[in-house]
Design a protein around this ligand. Sequence first.
Ligand code: SF4
Ligand code: SF4
Length: 215
Amino acid sequence: MALDDLAQKKSGWPGSGLAKGLAVTLRTMTRKTHTAQYPDTLPELPPRSRGVIGLFEENCTVCMLCARECPDWCIYIDSHKETVPAATPGGRERSQNVLDRFAIDFALCMYCGICIEVCPFDALFWSPEFEYAETDIRDLTHERDKLREWMWTVPEPPALDPGAEEPKEIAAARKTADKLAAAQAAEAAAAAAPGPSDAPGQPGAPGAPGEGAPS
Ligand code: SF4
Ligand code: SF4
């Protein structure tokens, strides 16, 4: 068979390629599109998306674990020690770390999440926020205040499975709140109860014998 005949057989009848192309176009035109028109349409991200890291600095004890474990060495922490006076007379002074600087360089971060996993005090959280591109790479180092601001974008943790054990922190907080409420209720009950001087028949009480009697 000549080469021309073979090429003719492969391509089919003249114009068949055009018809096939139009058929593909028509078929895909009727299908649902999966292209998101970002930024006009924002994507619906899963709750555990890794966008940016938020710092809840009240929980940070400056233990340095996150900075030591970060594979990229992109967490910068500075601190100093302060002496806290004894809480009771004769007690011992304590020293505590005070955070001076906490920064993460997101130009180096590889979003592995190790810092969040290793933090023993729940001071670091993932936020799904991802719109923080910069034109200057230096602006990708987010300092403590900016990391604190990201905390507002951290979603609530998902609800526990039904029947799951209550987390220890919540159980402890609930126990303390119950104790406080019981103590307040007892105080209120004691204040509402009539005192010994209010009891009828007691000296000083209205209607007590001898009280206000004509001499
Ligand atoms: S996510 Fe990983 S790379 Fe980024 S700061 Fe945390 S430990 Fe470092
Ligand atoms: S591991 Fe947690 S508590 Fe320790 S320095 Fe890092 S953020 Fe602070």
